[in-house]
Design a protein around this ligand. Sequence first.
Ligand code: PEP
Ligand code: MG
Length: 746
Amino acid sequence: MVERAESESRKLLGRLRDTMANEAAGQERLDQITHLTADSMGTEVCSIYLFRDEETLELCATQGLNPDSVHQTRMKLGEGLVGRVARSGKTINAADAPSARGFRYMPETGEEIYPSFLGVPIQRLGEKLGVLVVQSKDAREFSADEIYALEVVAMVLAEMTELGAFVGEGAALRARHTQPVLVRGVTAQEGTAEGHVWLHEPRVVVTNLVADDPETERTRLTTAVENLRISVDQLLAVASGDTEQVQVLEAYRMFANSKGWLRRMEENIDRGLSAEAAVEKEQSDVRARMLQATDAYLRERLQDLDDLSNRLLRIITGQGQQTGADLPENPILVARNIGPGELLEYGRQLRGIVLEEGSVGSHAAIVARALAIPLVINAKRMQNEALNGDHIMVDGDQGIVHLRPDDIVVGAFRDKMAMQAQAQERYASIREKPAVTLCGKTIRLEMNAGLMADLPSLENSGAEGVGLFRTELQFLVRSQMPKRNELAALYARVLDAAKNKRVVFRTLDIGSDKVLPYMQAEDEPNPALGWRAIRVGLDKPGVMRMQLQALLRAANGRPLSIMFPFIAQYEEYSAARAEVDKALAREKKLGHRPPETLEIGAMLETPSLAFASKKFYEEVEFLSIGGNDLKQFFFAADRENERVRRRYDTLNVSFLTFIEDILQRCRTSNTNVSFCGEDAGRPVEALCLAAIGLTSLSMRPASIGPVKHLLRRCNLDDVRKVIHDARDAGEQSVRPAVMEYLRGLT
Ligand code: PEP
Ligand code: MG
């Protein structure tokens, strides 16, 4: 029985291949496929429904239904049985369709006389393309073999669609990958870029779907699986010690050795598919399961299996990884996701980055920011839509990607880029000038950094120093804990590059959103309020001690500034400070040169520190307000949560009054204070912070020009008055009043 089903299936596939080989136009091919499918399956009806747009399906070819309804009958996603198959991505097999849930009668098609219905999704690697349906007069459920056969036809259809087989005069489909596409994502790094698509993992294109000789295909498959096993073992051998990677590779090995996986693919071959099509069919099934899996662990494992299938496909087809040498001009990287290490390898060659996944706080986003490369994340479907070399425009300010843009979009986008370039010229012209306001106050503008890639910005941004060096970034982009000597060499290079400018090294700030790949992550209900930053440093002082030693050695007689993150009470500062004293004494004993001067500060990121004792304010040598964390705790709004992170305005009077109070305390105790959260780099926010008394701001290098440009045009006394008047008038935010003031500037 199974054998008969296999030979039937092979026959059907053979006929499909002949159809593909025909010189026929797209519509004709679709028609032929419906005829021969209905014929082979012994059903009266076979119909192909394809997506017209994301929400609408259209009957594009049929054998058995009223031919006049072709290109006329349409349905919404989720509407009727066909719409339900499309939405869920699941097969529907109904002996009595009219009484099945969701049935919708389409009178123009004449389908009422066919009670039995079998619909399977046409999808390629998770991308929904349409629905393939057979219907018949006798009310019966279709068998597992029949379902399989129809799924295979659907897969072949999907592949042929990808290859452009149905395009042409009067055709059902527009050519794929030729139309303009606009994708909305989320901004992770501002800026605009125009260039050409560079797919981090280019799609594998399978051209020979059908094969006559199953033996040859089985051999091709088993040889490729063997090679895959060897390559996974080799990767495991070099990855030892690196826990997360080892875990993933162990999962790969388990799947690569799984008999079930191989057997399912071999069965696909027995039914007439080529080795690569057999892998793809199995991969499609995995993806369908992945969409339905609610358990996070299971989804991750299915994701591993999906990655493994990709590797196998590359081995079978010989379509290997691309090399950096082939990069197009002005490359814009398109990927599902990318690790920080890989991104650093591409480095500044990239003009822009578009990711289907990712998060604003991800390591890739941190690297993109350091490299000042526009980055849009959560850009759905990009990998399916984009082809290597496609023209692409990335609007990192709006979080929008234009793929193959039309002339109107190109014109508007280039105008925007030209305006930005003009602004850049303006900023360059004031680079060497101080940020002096119209009322004669000088604001110190420093930059935030964390990677070696940031250092050139010290020269070309006009920054007066590094107000925040996030040392954890060096830890985050590696796959192993760095050693003390490596760190010392690295910090020394930072100080060398800074020449005599001040660099404030913040000790390791891990936990919460920053999880080191090689450290066991603690499962905490509220990581932002959990075991992070100085709390980890004091509870497990080994790493902090190593880092302090590295910093002292790097300074080697030069001035050194160290800052502790996330200090919530005086004792944390004094305990951390005691660690520095101990480290210094030890270094001196070992004969190392102590720093010329050593200042030790704290970040004010929790409201509690604003109310700390007078003793703390007198002892701490400087404070830096970490507005990102401070704001999230002040408003109780998670900075990583898209739903709430923009909900409260920094220029809300409560927050500004809170900062003013902190500044007043610092004045009383004569404590140096600066502000280093993201808001310092937003010109209007920076202006208000300066107006209420901050004289030092640290920001992304790219923000220094715009902030300085605005400060130089404003009178802080006037702005302060505007802020206080708005507050006295009972406004919730001073923003409207300040914007009004700015509109009045000449
Ligand atoms: C902050 O919280 O404002 C800050 C500068 O630190 P990070 O963004 O690294 O948490
Ligand atoms: Mg912080």
